[in-house]
Design a protein around this ligand. Structure first.
Ligand code: PLP
Length: 478
């Protein structure tokens, strides 16, 4: 697309919006400015392409399309069928998956679809068979009651939150923790790495229905072949949530034992993190789970979002181009350069480095909590998020870690040299921030002091760094 076409498209869109509610148009413009000017190191964020963004802003948004391609509960879905089929085809080809379901609205939704597909396959279907009926409405009250109890009494084994797992992998504040009896596997306290023997031991003891692999804050590769063997040894369904590293799978940085798709029965993902698509989710699965997965809507999902499926098709088509593999490799090269730059300056990193797109700094090495470090960095124009570290003494709110990731800066075109400069900025801020005290003199987990002059200086340096790689250079809103 030419420079002019992108500018014209977004300018025209804003003009149309401004005529109705100028404050929304202003906020959209301001968001672009903010994104352009902040050093975004949030590991779960990225910048979607103009084509992906534009594919979402149209009349597909108006269409109801419950059902699946060619089998809808609403008339007039032929164009939705086109984009949903395209998105699914690109997903299958990109990941080498037997089946792709592209309707989930988010990663949480994709996980819910997967959980209920497995429950339907492993618990509900056998109960229907036993009762010799075709569907749940045909069960007697007593059999229905027994089935509901059985559905609500299953087990899940997933990675613990402070080792980098995600809330949706069976933790109590999330619906998954209320649905499943959950146990966690952690990481080796000495190395910070997954100890597969311990996972096997936990699986043998607990006998989960579902073994979950995948993470939000684990900076290393995971051997999915070994996890599948563990799942098989206890008769568990092996599910992987690759929300964070889907881009690295798509870009063939993670292959063989480290590619979850050939090993897992079912894989879930978001489409907006390292995969660089629109906000959304997706489920990939083996053929035997396909029918249950396709029941995601209306089982747990509201009607599909055809405009987002159109954008998924565009983004997945982009990810199938050869330059995406180059992008994925640069994400990892940049994360490793960032880790090395931090280590060289004395930072303490969980597992001592990274194999993927993220780095977890243990900021207790700077005498700070995650909360203090996150705020001090933000004061200095550096956007990160605090995160627990294994066996975190500060809990999930204040934490002792800062998670940083490279997908977004890599999209902007920053490379390893700029990652070293970024490491310098981060280290400077953290080394110059001092933990504060409460009124009674006890150490505060939130208060801190940082010279505002230094914060401003770092923010200016961050802006200068970003100016060398402008975001959406073709878009000029005037
Ligand atoms: N799964 C993992 C591993 C995640 O890291 C996240 C989000 O951070 C999700 C699921 C949830 O994704 P969403 O916010 O799209 O629901």
């Amino acid at each position: 697309m030419s420079r002019n076409a992108e500018s014209t498209a977004f300018r025209s869109a804003l003009e149309v919006i401004r005529a109705v509610e100028p404050r929304v148009a202003d906020a959209i413009g301001a968001e672009l400015t903010d994104q352009r000017e902040s050093l975004k190191l949030i590991a779960s964020e990225n910048y979607a392409s103009p084509a992906t963004l534009l594919a979402m802003g149209n009349w597909f948004s108006d269409k109801y399309a419950e059902g699946t391609v060619g089998r809808r509960f609403y008339a007039g879905c032929q164009n939705v069928d086109t984009v949903e089929a395209l998105a699914a085809e690109h997903a299958r080809e990109l990941f080498g998956a037997a089946h792709a379901y592209v309707q989930p609205h988010s990663g949480i939704d994709a996980n819910l679809v997967a959980f209920w597909a497995v429950l339907a396959d492993r618990v509900e279907s056998p109960a229907l068979k036993k009762a010799q009926v075709r569907q749940v409405n045909d069960l007697t009250e007593a059999d229905w009651f027994a089935l509901r109890r059985e559905l609500g009494n299953q087990r899940m084994l997933g990675m613990s939150l402070d080792a980098g797992g995600h809330l949706t992998h069976g933790f109590r504040p999330n619906i998954s923790g209320k649905m499943f009896d959950q146990r966690s596997y952690g990481t080796d306290p000495a190395t910070g790495l997954i100890d597969y023997d311990r996972v096997a031991e936990a699986a043998r003891e607990f006998k989960p229905l579902i073994l979950v692999g995948g993470y939000s804050a684990y900076p290393r590769k995971v051997n999915f072949r070994i996890l599948r063997e563990i799942a098989d040894s206890v008769g568990a369904t092996f599910m992987v949530d690759m929300a964070h590293f889907a881009g690295l799978v798509a870009g063939k940085v993670f292959t063989g034992d480290f590619d979850p798709v050939p090993h897992a029965h079912i894989v879930t993902t978001t489409t907006h993190k390292s995969l660089r698509g629109p906000r959304g989710g997706m489920v990939l699965c083996q053929p035997e789970l396909a029918d249950q997965v396709d029941r995601g809507c209306p089982m747990v999902l509201g009607g599909p979002l055809p405009h987002v499926m159109a954008a998924k098709a565009v983004a997945l088509a982009e990810a199938r181009r050869p330059d995406f593999a180059d992008y994925a490799q640069r994400i990892v090269d940049n994360a490793q350069a960032l880790a090395e730059g931090l280590l060289r300056r004395g930072a303490k990193l969980v597992t001592g480095g990274t194999d993927n797109h993220l780095v977890l700094i243990d900021v207790s090495g700077y005498g700070l909590t995650g909360r203090q470090a996150e705020q001090a960095l933000l004061d200095s124009g550096i956007v990160t998020n605090r995160n627990s570290v294994p066996q975190d003494p500060n809990g999930a709110w204040y934490t002792s870690g800062i998670r940083i990731g490279t997908p977004a800066l890599t999209t902007r075109g920053l490379g390893t040299a700029e990652m070293d400069q970024t490491a310098e900025l981060i280290h400077t801020v953290l080394a110059q921030t001092t933990a504060g005290a409460n009124a009674d003199g006890t150490p505060s987990k939130a208060k801190y002091t940082l010279d505002p002059g230094l914060a401003d200086k770092v923010a200016r340096q961050a802006t200068d760094l970003l100016a060398t790689h402008p975001l959406y250079p073709a878009i000029d809103l005037g």
